[in-house]
Design a protein around this ligand. Structure first.
Ligand code: PLP
Length: 504
């Protein structure tokens, strides 16, 4: 007897009724689910054109070796979904509107093919191979086992209390930050924090003449003009703030990015004096404050006045930029406003990562990881310095007392040639020019920004070799053979010498 869709057992017995189908039943789910998926795929890819009549239940069930009811159920559901149509007496067909995708749509989106560089000395990431997988997994397990049920509810817009408590303790101990868990707000990295805080500010924001253009763009997108401050070997010249009509300044006090060097003590106090007298606010980007090699890390400026400094930290250099975890230690008066712009939920960080990081800090794994990484990066820093001293003594290196990057100062007009040379060597490296604020009064400088944290250990030596081959030759002129006089900071005084102690 025919069913209501005309799939009579007899119809299936007739030759020529219904298409011959090649369907592969694979993947997760029941046989019915697999059959539906296979039919959807055949229709979606155009293998089954609109209007094509499908084999009757009995035929297809026999072909595929499955139950007739399973075919009947799958057809019925696909009719419901609109992929198939069924009419009494004429069987089941592919619906007219189930048009196949344009074959072009099925292809993976094409990107211009770019040859991946063989070596990566970009200053963006820590060595991804050193992510502490085992310790992180241990913390995840422990954190999940200990988490109260409410951790998996909507939660607190400031972030998990466990993480805010762990950070308050860690930041006080390791970075000299004066804060409390209820003044900490978790976010998805420094960039997120900068966007949130910029949204709340009015008027132009002072920034360092050299910095990440991406960060300047975030400020501009929030509707604020950026005004560049001169940077010298004592950091940003914060005395220029008095001449600028601004209520906020963004600084990298522990390690100026990318030039290097900490903000001089006098300027640390001067910027706090400016904030107090003008009612302004200092945004402190402490992106790599833990990595200092030749002496104790320099504490955060925030410790001088927690009510005038917004401290911004991130796991991007210390662990991985892929975690998208950052934190703000805010003045009390700013917390509610920041939470208001953070909004309800869509911009919150995942709770499992937060709980894991809380455990990772609390059990000492974070300190251990940082100690280990400091050792690794210091060794790389020394190798970079020694290699350049031996192979390119005419190139000055600066910003090397801390962090994961250094600046190679190049002779005027040679940056583009060095970048082309690097490309020829299969080396990804950044020029210094894009970091310069376009309105900066500072004369443009030629240089390369070298991220020595990024390459995996096994390719670091080869990456340095590629770098040396890309660097400009020493000047031929006798007058220029000697490097220019030291301008202070963490430079290398003489070719062939190991690291000199930084003066700043
Ligand atoms: C100057 C500077 N600030 C902050 C960060 C951290 O940014 P995010 O936390 O958004 O990854 C970086 C990169 O790691 C940086 O280079």
């Amino acid at each position: 007897m025919a069913d209501s869709w005309g799939n009579s057992p007899e119809a299936g017995a007739e030759p020529g009724t219904g298409a011959d189908l090649h369907l592969e039943l694979t993947g997760p789910g029941s046989i019915r689910v697999q059959l539906m998926r296979a039919l959807r795929e055949a229709i979606g890819s155009g293998r089954l054109a609109p209007g094509t009549r499908l084999p009757p239940h009995r035929t297809l069930s026999a072909d595929l070796g499955i139950a007739r009811n399973t075919v009947a159920d799958a057809y019925a559901e696909l009719v419901e979904e609109g992929w198939l149509t069924a009419r009494q007496g004429s069987g089941t067909s592919v619906a007219k509107r189930a048009a196949p995708l344009d074959p072009g749509q099925l292809r993976a989106p094409t990107r211009p093919t770019r040859r991946l560089p063989a070596y990566d000395l970009m200053p963006s990431s820590p060595d991804a191979a050193t992510f502490p997988r085992t310790a992180w997994l241990t913390s995840t397990r422990r954190a999940l086992a200990a988490a109260p049920n409410d951790a998996f509810g909507v939660g607190d817009p400031r972030g998990r209390i466990e993480l805010r408590e762990a950070l308050a303790e860690y930041l006080a101990r390791a970075r000299g930050v004066r804060t409390a868990p209820d003044r900490i707000v978790i976010c998805s990295g420094f960039a997120h924090a900068l966007r949130l805080v910029s949204t709340l500010l009015r008027g132009p924001m002072a920034v360092e003449s050299y910095g990440l253009d991406f960060h300047r763009d975030l400020v501009t997108e929030a509707g604020l003009r950026t005004v560049p401050l001169t940077v010298d070997d004592r950091g940003a010249k914060v005395d220029e703030l008095s001449a600028v009509d601004t209520g906020a300044v963004l600084l990298t006090p522990a390690h100026q990015f990318p030039i290097g060097g900490p903000l001089h003590h006098d300027r640390r106090t001067a910027v706090i004096d400016w904030a107090r007298s003008s009612g302004g606010v200092v945004l402190e980007d402490d992106y790599d404050g833990e990595f200092r090699y030749d002496r104790e890390p320099i504490g955060a400026v925030q410790g001088l006045d927690p009510d005038r400094v917004v401290y911004l930290g991130s796991a991007s250099k210390s662990l991985s930029p892929a975690l998208r975890l950052g934190w703000m230690a805010l003045p009390g008066w700013l917390v509610d406003d920041v939470l208001a712009v953070k909004g309800p939920r869509e911009m919150w960080s995942g709770v499992v990562e937060q709980l894991t990081l809380a455990d990772f800090i609390a059990c000492g794994s974070y300190d251990r990881h940082l100690r280990g990484m400091r050792h690794i990066y210091r060794r790389r820093r020394d190798q970079l310095a020694a290699t350049l001293a031996a192979r390119a003594p005419h190139i000055r290196v600066s910003g090397i007392a801390a962090g994961l990057h250094a600046v190679l100062e190049l002779p005027d007009g040679t940056e583009q040639a060095a970048l082309r040379g690097a490309r020829r060597q299969g080396l990804a490296v950044d020029g210094l020019s894009p970091y310069r604020h376009p309105e900066s009064a500072m004369p443009p400088r030629d240089g390369l920004v070298i991220g020595y944290g990024t390459p995996p250990e096994h390719s670091f030596t080869a990456a340095l070799e590629a770098l040396c081959l890309a660097l400009p030759d020493p000047p031929q002129d006798d007058d220029q053979e000697q490097p220019p006089p030291r301008r202070g900071g963490d430079r290398f005084a003489k070719p062939g010498r190991a690291v000199t102690r930084p003066t700043a």
